[in-house]
Design a protein around this ligand. Structure first.
Ligand code: CLF
Ligand code: SF4
Length: 520
């Protein structure tokens, strides 16, 4: 089901697109105050921060709305919504909606009743699963009966689970009251443009009120409905995340304007995702050679939009039937056959007890980071660098290099450690042997990092990483990521200061094309 090839057209190095973003960044003077529930900054990486309590309660264990929560809490999707009412040039309808999924994956479609059983089965098996999202495989609001029937069943049987919805926004204004009525606290709208001229290059048509619209007219209708829906939701206190697909040469510079427009309408979080585009996906963009952004281009755009409304950088573009922590995919454990045969024991008390333990771990992690941060106080340096981390979750360096399917990327400076993204990679260790081809792609994926933190690593990959200028660090196995990274960074600064090493800039890195592969 997957395509793993790297897109040959991806240039690694400073490009026109990157130069354009840096220019836009210089012109973008901070962020306007957002209205509605988007007033405060998003769930910070350190905890409640300056968030009002009622907002914090909504985001604290939502893995997409709080970067910090995503290390600890899981989400699941149920694929109950097959139809769609628009066409995006990065979508092939054979596959799941690409607004919240990697292109090229196909989910197993469920009825609302099957979906409700699946939610109970997953909630019983994965007590840290706190959020149920409907994100396709088409558009949830182009399938309102199935979507809302599913919410109704889950509200009744598993009321502790937060409900979440992701839509292209065309039908949104018609359903806002129903969404509010089902206590859906989180809605994502994919907004790729606020200028119909740009939109006409992304959307060949939309279908509304029994009529097909094309070109400028279609894009105008879509943007008007999206922004109207966003305003209506935020007026009702529903937290809104905006997803935008970054398409170099089409909307990359324009997304700063999108960011301003959604911020001023109360959006809480902006998630700029890279276009994933390969000919084998059979999409218009895939077939006409449209490339996705490089890692540096994506980060520059995200940095340029960062302000009062935080940027989401931990999105995994997961599939319409995803299950588990954001960096993992346990959907294969919960196929319809398996669920129907499961003896489900949904025990609210044991879920709460497990989540209390998770909270204890979370508090310990934050305390360890604060302690290490205090020791960084007074350090003077302009050095800012990236490191990669192999983790299975819980905020720990607890994955072997050879077993990592992705690496988290952290930016280190005298301000501390900041999560800035992740890089999906091919497994290095294949049945006990190291795979040289994979190692090359891993190095390309983390080529902008100075070091890679792992629980364990073999001699061969270690030597190759050093040759590529990336320091393998295995001295912090099973310790907290942020505390360890800050400790390493202090040591790095000391070595630079003493002249033992010279600080150099790293190059760009590649964003892996191709679909998300099931872990099973
Ligand atoms: Fe799902 Fe989306 Fe809700 Fe999260 S995913 S409907 S907000 S529960 Fe999350 Fe997946 Fe990214 Fe979506 S990582 S694709 S942002
Ligand atoms: Fe495809 Fe989603 Fe766009 Fe519909 S909204 S065309 S399913 S990417």
């Amino acid at each position: 089901m997957d395509a793993t090839t790297q897109h040959e057209g991806d240039a690694v190095g400073t490009s026109d697109a990157l130069a354009g973003i840096l220019q836009a960044k210089a012109e973008h003077q901070g962020c306007g105050t957002s209205g509605g529930s988007g007033k405060a900054s998003c769930g910070s990486s350190a905890g409640q921060g300056d968030l009002p309590t009622e907002i914090w309660e909504k985001v604290k264990n939502h893995p997409c709305y709080s970067e910090e929560a995503h290390h600890h809490y899981a989400r699941m999707h149920v694929a109950v919504a097959p139809a769609c009412n628009i066409q995006c040039n990065y979508c092939n309808r054979k596959y799941d909606c690409a607004n919240e999924s990697r292109p090229g994956v196909v989910s197993e479609k469920l009825t609302p009743e099957q979906a409700a059983k699946k939610v109970l089965a997953v909630a019983s098996t994965i007590p840290q699963m706190t959020v149920l999202g409907i994100a396709g495989p088409g558009d949830p609001l182009a399938n309102p009966e199935k979507t809302f029937k599913t919410f109704e069943l889950i509200n009744r049987t598993a009321p502790d689970i937060k409900l979440c919805l992701s839509t292209n926004g065309l039908a949104l204004p018609d359903h806002v009251d129903t969404i509010a009525g089902f206590n859906v606290d989180h809605v994502t709208i994919t907004i790729n443009m606020v200028d119909p001229e740009v939109g006409a290059k992304i959307y060949p048509w939309v279908f509304w009120k029994h009529k097909r619209y094309t070109g400028y007219e279609a894009a105008k209708l879509l943007t008007d409905r999206q922004l109207q829906g966003l305003e209506m939701l935020t007026e009702r206190g529903i937290l809104c995340k905006v997803n935008s697909v970054m398409i170099p040469g089409i909307n990359d510079n324009h997304l700063v304007e999108v960011n301003r427009a959604v911020k001023s309408r109360g959006a809480f979080l902006h998630n700029i995702m890279p276009l994933i585009s390969s000919p084998e996906h059979g999409t218009v963009f895939g077939l006409n050679g449209q490339r996705g952004p490089t890692a540096q281009e994506l980060k520059a755009l995200q940095d340029s939009c960062e302000g009062e409304m935080n940027m989401m950088r931990h999105c995994r573009q997961c599939r319409a039937d995803a299950v588990g922590l954001l960096g993992e995919d346990r959907s294969a454990e919960f196929t319809t056959d398996k669920i129907m045969a499961m003896d489900v024991n949904y025990d609210l008390e044991s879920r709460k007890a497990y989540q209390a333990l998770v909270e204890e771990e979370r508090v310990a992690k934050v305390a360890a980071k604060q302690e290490e941060l205090a020791s960084l106080a007074g350090e003077q340096s302009d050095i800012k660098l990236l490191v990669a981390v192999a983790t299975k979750g819980s905020g720990l360096i607890n994955e072997h290099f050879g077993h990592a399917k992705e690496f988290q990327v952290w930016e280190l400076s005298t301000a501390g450690a900041k999560f800035v993204g992740h890089r999906r990679v091919d497994l290095y260790c294949q049945g006990g042997y190291g795979e040289e081809d994979s190692l090359e792609t891993i190095i390309r994926a983390i080529n902008d990092c100075h070091a890679v933190f792992v629980a364990k690593i073999g001699g061969c990959p270690k030597a190759d990483l050093i040759k590529a200028g990336i320091e393998p660090v295995d001295g912090f196995a099973h310790e907290f990521i942020e505390k360890s990274a800050i400790t390493w960074f202090k040591d790095y600064l000391a070595k630079v200061k003493s002249g033992e090493i010279e600080h150099t800039q790293r190059g760009d890195a590649e964003i892996r094309q191709g679909a998300l592969i099931s872990a099973a």
